[in-house]
Design a protein around this ligand. Structure first.
Ligand SMILES: NC(=O)c1ccc[n+]([C@@H]2O[C@H](COP(=O)([O-])OP(=O)(O)OC[C@H]3O[C@@H](n4cnc5c(N)ncnc54)[C@H](O)[C@@H]3O)[C@@H](O)[C@H]2O)c1
Length: 352
């Protein structure tokens, strides 16, 4: 069997400080005979020197197009617009299988170059469960930001931080008013993160998942001061909140954090807003009196780059060690071919 060559690329998005492989796991890979090249990256939370000390070779930022053709390029978020033809296998979140803007163009670049997308969102076990995900920290951040906003202590713009510093801000201070929180999707990764953060903040939390929303009690929902939505909706369900619910006089709800951020999708359970918020303006007021504030940020885990990278890398490591033999990667590749077929894209041959 040929030696696996992984190539960890620089992320072009300047706010993206996370990495799919941290230096401690890089050492496990190189120790297992994997060749690992790591691009220099000014914003990555771990300096390239730590990877070098773990037995990795260093390469300039963005040099992956010149990597040997059999190298597997590893990243998290979008590729730069060039080169037009992608010749390598790339592991990252492509967001290209649900007809997102730019999806067909990205797949065409792969088809033109003979490369392939191994999308991390579709790296799943035999039962379809995601093998590596950032959900826990998305939920943790979502609830943390909601608490800070509710207490009048959320400062914008948001900047990446560390968990200890975030927790210090979250702990209740003398004079803080008590309030209640609801997490929907509480049994999932993001949901668990959300109620863990409410625990740190000393906020009593109600947990709902599928069983509790089957016959939705909107009055009970509106009776909480803060709500975090963390569901993964895969079918049409009645919305948790509608415009008219926001105008219910008995509404206690003041702060709403939508971790799911399915805005625009037919599965959206919170069709009460039309665009997400971001790090510069994390909060949007949906109602003036009584106030209702919305937080709907779609890149929450990037705000805790170290912790989220460490967890993600730990989950990805066994899959990387099984690259080439694991059934999960086969499913990933099948999904890529299926997406190309659905769009009528004819693929070139990947020789090696
Ligand atoms: N905002 C961000 O930065 C960010 C980051 C990561 C993930 N996400 C999103 O967060 C969502 C949750 O991700 P996850 O990894 O926690 O998923 P998950 O599969 O681990 O958990 C989802 C949970 O939602 C529950 N659920 C589904 N439909 C429900 C319903 N109708 N009522 C109540 N509960 C329901 C499921 O039973 C499950 O417990 C996804 O949409 C994901 O894309 C957002």
């Amino acid at each position: 069997m040929t030696e696996l060559h992984l190539w960890l690329r620089h992320e072009p998005r300047t706010t993206e400080r996370r990495t799919p492989v941290v230096p401690a796991d890089a050492r496990r890979l190189t120790g297992s005979g994997v060749r690992l090249t790591v691009e220099e990256s000014p914003q990555r939370i771990f300096p390239v020197e730590e990877y070098e000390a773990a037995g990795c070779r260093r390469a300039p930022a963005g040099s992956w197009p010149t990597a040997p053709r059999d190298a597997v390029v590893l990243g998290l978020k979008e590729l730069p617009g060039e080169p037009a033809e992608l010749a390598h296998r790339h592991v990252f979140f492509g967001h290209a299988y649900k007809r997102q803007p730019g999806a067909a163009e990205l797949l065409r670049r792969f088809a033109a170059g003979g490369g392939a997308l191994l999308d991390l969102e579709y790296l799943v076990d035999d039962e379809g469960r995601r093998l590596a995900a950032f959900g826990f920290w998305a939920g943790y951040l979502g609830a943390a930001l909601a608490v800070l906003q509710h207490r009048g202590r959320l400062a914008a713009p948001l900047t990446p931080t560390a968990k200890d510093d975030l927790d210090a801000e979250l702990r209740p201070a003398a004079g803080d008013e008590e309030f209640t929180a609801l997490v929907i999707g509480a049994l999932g990764r993001s949901g668990r993160g959300a109620w863990t953060a409410f625990g740190t903040a000393g906020v009593p939390v109600t947990r709902w998942d599928l069983a509790e929303t089957r016959d939705l009690d909107r009055q009970a929902l509106l009776g909480h001061d803060v709500m975090v939505n963390a569901v993964l909706a895969t079918s049409l369900v009645p919305p948790f909140l509608r415009e008219e619910d926001l105008d219910t006089p008995a509404r206690r709800l003041r702060t709403l954090c939508d971790v799911t951020c399915d805005v625009g999708s037919p599965f959206n359970v919170l069709p009460v807003y039309d665009r997400t918020t971001d790090w510069t303006e994390p909060v949007r007021r949906l109602r003036k009196e009584p106030p209702l504030d919305l937080i709907a940020i779609d890149n929450l885990p990037s705000l805790l780059p170290r912790e989220s990278s460490v967890d993600f890398s730990a989950a990805l490591l066994p899959q990387l060690l099984a690259f080439g033999s694991g059934a999960a990667w086969g499913r990933c590749l099948d999904r890529f071919h299926q997406a190309c077929r659905e769009l009528g894209i004819v693929e070139g041959e990947w020789e090696s």
